[in-house]
Ligand binder design. Structure first.
Ligand code: FES
Length: 82
């Protein structure tokens, strides 16, 4: 699905950029400007921003879910066997 017609950016492109930004920094600024910049693009008319922001949020949630599935959860003190 095309999200940004000016730059021909798809939802998958945006998802890839979000994943890259989240992988390189714990708390990146995921505004459309930064995400588009990661893709070598630059906003023009900005009409796509509402859809881009929703797509970025979805991609961020997918990244967080995937990270939680792959990283081990440390045991809390009360759950440890001593
Ligand atoms: S549609 Fe994305 S900047 Fe114009």
């Amino acid at each position: 699905m095309i999200v940004c017609h000016c730059n021909r950016l798809t939802a998958n492109d945006i998802g890839d950029a979000v994943e890259c930004l989240k992988s390189n920094c714990a708390n990146p600024d995921l505004c459309p400007d930064n995400v588009y910049g990661e893709l070598g693009a630059c906003p023009r008319c900005c009409n796509c921003f509402p859809l881009a922001e929703a797509t970025i949020r979805e991609a961020e949630l997918r990244f967080i879910s995937k990270s939680q599935l792959t990283s081990p959860t440390p045991l809390s003190a009360e759950n440890r066997i001593s």
